[in-house]
Design a protein around this ligand. Structure first.
Ligand code: C2E
Ligand code: MG
Ligand code: MG
Ligand code: MG
Length: 287
């Protein structure tokens, strides 16, 4: 009973969505204008492969370059999107990211490209068709990230998503893994190539035995399933050996690199210092 109580408390903490620091200061109308205009932009956060110590891919993260308020993160405006706007956003992000990747390729840099999508996106055939038509022309792997809880939605599990993704040469990643308490057997229905362990389990790994138990278990599961295991939210150098020991294959976090504008990526790709030196150079070990 005590265990159950502790678990319950723990779950409540995990599942409480982070509260925005301020109330949204933007309106849906303003957002509509931004979507139509040129105010949305993408930043890219590098992902490094532990085995090779190399930059292996980037995750596209949307920003709103607001004329009055400056650069806004997705948490301050994504919740305001209507369903139709959400689809338009994904279409825009996908197109823009593929364009940027093409630019990098012209500079000799080929990286895997991860884009965040919703369950709604994956069940709309037009959007997948668009992705499918765009992707064969580009040499880089395109990974669609969907949160664990979204991956559990019935409409997704019951749909033809698996078949469509396979046909399109797209891969699927389960984001924020560990937060949604999905049943692993349900996850098996989807064609998953990657799990991303949520930052909340990763950032205090070194001081929290429960967190390290979860990371270790997810990494083992990933290894057994033969898929990539990405640890996100690495801020400190000292957790890197632990992640490696547990069998995580890739790492992403402010300690390695913050999200950067598209034109900064080729230089980062050429700057192939081993991860450990990079972390030391970025001062990550100082927290
Ligand atoms: P996510 O997909 O889990 O993306 C990772 C988020 O964690 C990013 O925040 C990133 O900046 C942040 N992060 C990365 N490393 C660290 C770290 O070491 N420490 C800390 N404290 N944070 C770190 P961001 O860019 O604010 O994105 C938040 C969420 O918004 C994303 O979470 C994703 O779910 C959603 N999102 C972002 N871009 C898009 C998009 O184009 N479409 C959709 N549908 N959702 C998006
Ligand atoms: Mg993501
Ligand atoms: Mg995530
Ligand atoms: Mg997240």
């Amino acid at each position: 009973a005590e265990l159950r109580q502790r678990l319950g408390r723990w779950r409540a903490v995990r599942e409480t969505p982070p509260r925005p620091e301020t109330e949204p200061v933007v309106s849906t109308q303003e957002l509509a204008i931004a979507l139509a205009g040129n105010e949305l932009t993408l930043y890219y956060q590098p992902q490094y492969e532990l085995a090779s110590d190399r930059l292996s891919g980037v995750e596209a993260l949307v920003r709103w370059d607001h004329p009055r308020l400056g650069l806004l993160g997705p948490d301050s405006f994504l919740p305001l999107l209507t369903r139709a706007q959400g689809k338009r956003l994904t279409r825009y992000v996908l197109k823009r990211a593929l364009d940027d990747a093409e630019q990098w390729r012209e500079e000799g840099v080929v990286l895997s490209l991860s884009v965040n999508v919703t369950a709604d996106d994956l069940t709309s055939p037009d959007l997948l068709d668009m992705a499918r038509h765009a992707v064969p022309d580009s040499p880089q792997l395109v990974v669609l990230e969907i949160t664990e809880s979204a991956a559990m939605e019935d409409e997704l599990l019951g749909s033809e998503v698996a078949a469509r993704l396979h046909l399109g040469g797209l891969e699927m990643s389960v984001d924020d893994f560990g937060v949604g308490f999905s049943s692993l057997s349900r996850l098996q229905v989807l064609p998953i190539s990657e799990v991303k362990i949520d930052r909340s389990f990763v950032s205090h790994l070194h001081e929290n035995p429960q967190d390290s138990a979860i990371v270790e278990a997810v990494a083992l599961l990933g290894r057994r399933l033969g898929i990539r295991v990405v640890a996100e939210g690495i801020e400190e150098l000292r957790i890197l050996p632990l992640l490696e020991h547990f069998g995580c294959t890739h790492v992403q976090g402010f300690g390695l690199s913050r999200p950067v504008p598209a034109n900064a990526i080729p230089a980062l790709a050429r700057y192939q210092l081993p991860i450990r030196s990079r972390m030391a150079a970025s001062g990550a070990s100082l927290g």
